[in-house]
Design a protein around this ligand. Structure first.
Ligand SMILES: [Zn+2]
Length: 248
């Protein structure tokens, strides 16, 4: 760890020597470099602790390959993580992420999860107050070409990005749109009943008033109809649906 820190400081010194002159003060640069050190330490220290806490037996099931239970298409937002839907996600979830949980930029990865790893569930996982959705609700012509291209995939209606109700509508609109793409892509798997596609909103803000962290089901196999969703989930789930929140 000590040598890594020395290497990091050396890289930062070289970078600053070649950097273009800027109006930033020495204090600004020192603050930014401190943030880099904190971030790198956070990751490296966490991994050191992870290695300490996990013996070889923990990794043995993963060495030969993977048989995940689900392909998950989630937003890259740092507030959305796999432990919200799986306490031990290692080996369980084939998790693909990008801003706004869009299928087009990662179509190959999603196909890999469904067709090569044969996951029977594709979960499109949006979340409340999604920054990508809020960006797509406004004019985003000033964004970089790469970001604009991704926001173009979301097809959300324009509106006030600070209006919680409108943002929820747009988050759901985006999930429904991504599921339409998935329904086309995996029409054969769906027809053969090899796959179920679920769209859900992870609500870490309690915007749906169903509890902080609730998974709110809004779409199953392309349908938003609550009766059809219940039918599909009753068929797929052994347990009662009493503890599942389906958006009406
Ligand atoms: Zn998001």
């Amino acid at each position: 760890m000590f040598y890594l820190r020395i290497l990091l400081v050396a890289i930062m010194l070289v970078n600053s020597a070649y950097a273009k002159p800027s109006k930033k003060t020495h204090a600004d640069n020192a603050g930014e470099q401190r943030k880099i050190i904190v971030a790198v330490d956070h990751v490296l220290d966490a991994n050191r602790d992870f290695v300490k806490r996990h013996s070889k037996s923990y990794f043995l099931p993963f060495i030969k390959g993977q048989t995940p239970k689900a392909t998950v298409l989630g937003c890259a937002d740092s507030r959305v993580h796999s432990h919200a839907i799986d306490p031990h996600p290692d080996g369980d979830l084939f998790f693909v992420r990008n801003i706004g949980n869009q299928i087009v930029p990662v179509r190959g990865s999603i196909e890999y999860g469904v067709r090569h790893l044969h996951t029977p569930l594709l979960l499109v996982l949006g979340h409340t107050m999604c920054g990508a959705v809020r960006a797509a609700m406004q004019s985003y012509s000033e964004m970089s070409p790469a970001i604009k291209t991704e926001l173009d995939n979301m097809h959300v209606p324009h509106g006030d990005p600070d209006n919680v109700s409108l943002v929820l509508d747009s988050v759901e609109h985006n999930i429904n749109h991504q599921i339409d793409e998935a329904m086309n892509l995996f029409a054969d798997e769906l027809k053969q009943q090899k796959l179920i596609v679920i769209g859900a909103v992870y609500d870490f803000r309690n915007d749906y008033h169903q509890g902080y962290g609730r998974l709110v089901i809004i779409n199953v196999n392309g349908s938003n109809d609550v009766v059809k969703i219940k039918e599909s989930l009753s068929f797929s789930r052994k347990k009662s649906l009493n503890d599942v929140f389906i958006k009406k």
